[in-house]
Design a protein around this ligand. Structure first.
Ligand code: PA5
Length: 445
């Protein structure tokens, strides 16, 4: 299914003390399974894979089919944080690296908006929209998050003026709360098709709801295989044993944090398609654990590129980190290095070898060097990077996150700190109701 290997930690860890953390992780596992911990009203994600019905998948695939029929070739997915990173990470992981340049027409291109407030980004998005056949998925659980709301105003106006209001209602799908919120009200008024973000699923745990599934499906990927993988993980990880990979991962990262003071975890990949898996993972762990003055800071590197930038720091800089390496056992494409009669680059010793073999040796060599440099290594491995294994991996990281945060002693499912910037921004933008805060913040400038 998925394997967690801790051999790269053995030089740093005292086995008896590590066993204490396994016990803590097993206790935290009980809290998560029995739903007896802080934030237990946000545990709907645990059974999403097994509870995803054919009905939901059919509805999602029907949107894909209806947009295909209209010739839609650009879908703008609007959302921020948990309302976009899951879809983005799966689409990037499963896409051809050069899909855009190859101009493959088998599915719509999905681009993202509402995850920044850059005027240039939105203006340039409208340049693209002018040339394409456009639909939009707007995703906001609350319906009031500023970034997606601003982007949606602009995209909605574009679609309405381009296709007319009636057709716009067929080209806009909203994913939001079942009953309340601005986006729900607007969708009812305008007659948009809607999907629900369940009340008991937080944004960063929502990739296996329509929040992730709809953009992934319209991008042409197999959401049934994704769910199948996640279902497999749901079953396997529900077994209470010290060998459960979620227990192992949660126990070790807490050990390294609490006993060795490793306050930074770097998620390492050796395939550019995994770049956004790391971005999704950073939100998942950062928002779930970084509170109450504690938490491991989640960072990431994309190797081998970053070995030529961050590699120096990781090898010899402050010893604040450990690494979790995402290992993909097999490449799905084959490129063999050929012999060259001149051999000016002196690479003929690699003739006949697959590029992925070199990649794996770079990975292994780096891992050993980093252990020598004092950086503990956890390995998380999957067989190949496909929809099913991705489903396994996403569910694994979610489940392990719940266990790990309970070991740490925080509520994994809230994010009170996210409000601070919003209050200041609203005060500075003079939002009605913020008059006092506006005065207070101006006095500080
Ligand atoms: O994890 C979370 O809950 C957050 O990152 C939210 O997903 C993000 O703030 C977007 O919120 P909303 O979907 O309500 O617009």
């Amino acid at each position: 299914m998925l394997n967690v290997d801790l051999k790269g930690c053995s030089a740093f860890v005292k086995p008896e003390l590590y066993n204490e953390y396994v016990k803590k992780a097993l206790d935290a596992f009980d809290v998560l399974i029995n739903e007896s911990g802080a934030g237990n009203d946000f545990l709907g994600w645990k059974h999403l894979p097994s509870e995803t019905t054919d009905g939901i998948l059919n509805d999602i695939e029907a949107i894909r089919a209806s947009w295909q029929k209209k010739g839609v070739d650009l879908v703008i997915a609007i959302g921020i944080g948990g309302s976009y990173l899951g879809a983005k990470c799966v689409i990037e992981a499963l896409s051809h690296n050069f899909a855009k340049q190859l101009k493959r027409k088998d599915a719509a291109e999905v681009v993202f908006a509402g995850n920044n407030l850059s005027e240039e980004y939105l203006a340039e998005l409208m340049d693209l929209a002018q040339e394409r056949n456009v639909a939009c998925i707007v995703i906001s659980k609350s319906g009031t998050t500023t970034e997606p709301a601003v982007a949606f105003r602009i995209v909605k106006q574009f679609i309405e003026s381009h296709y007319g209001k009636k057709e716009a209602a067929e080209r806009i799908v909203a994913i939001t709360d079942a009953k309340k919120g601005a986006l729900k009200t607007l969708s009812t008024q305008e007659g948009y098709k809607t999907f629900v973000v369940p009340d008991n699923v937080g944004g960063r745990f929502s990739v296996l709801t329509p929040v992730g599934l709809l953009p992934i499906a319209v991008a042409g990927f197999d959401i049934r295989a994704l769910i199948e993988g996640a279902k497999k993980a749901e079953r396997a990880l529900a077994v209470k044993t010290p060998e459960n990979p979620a227990i192992t991962y949660a126990a070790m990262r807490n050990y390294l944090f609490s006993e060795l003071g490793r306050k930074v975890e770097i998620l390492v990949n050796y395939n550019p398609k995994l770049t956004y898996v790391a971005e999704w993972w950073k939100q998942l762990y950062g928002e779930s654990e970084g509170k109450d003055g504690t938490g491991i800071f989640p960072a990431s590197v994309n190797n081998t590129a970053d070995l030529h930038s961050m590699g120096q720091f990781i090898q010899e800089g402050s010893r604040v980190m450990f690494e979790t390496v995402l290992h993909v056992q097999n490449a799905q494409r084959s490129v063999v290095i050929e012999s060259d009669p001149q051999n000016l680059d002196q690479l003929n010793f690699l003739a006949g070898k697959h590029v992925e073999h070199c990649n794996h040796m770079a990975e292994l060599g780096t891992r050993l060097a980093h252990i020598d440099g004092g950086v503990p290594q956890i390995e998380v491995s999957i067989e190949v990077l496909d929809a099913k294994r991705l489903g396994v991996m996403l569910y694994f990281f979610e489940f392990a996150c719940g266990v790990s945060a309970y070991v740490l002693g925080v509520n994994p499912f809230n994010q009170p700190g996210v409000e601070a910037y919003k209050k200041n921004m609203f005060a500075l933008l003079e939002k009605p109701g913020y008059e006092e805060q506006t005065k207070a913040i101006r006095a500080k400038l």
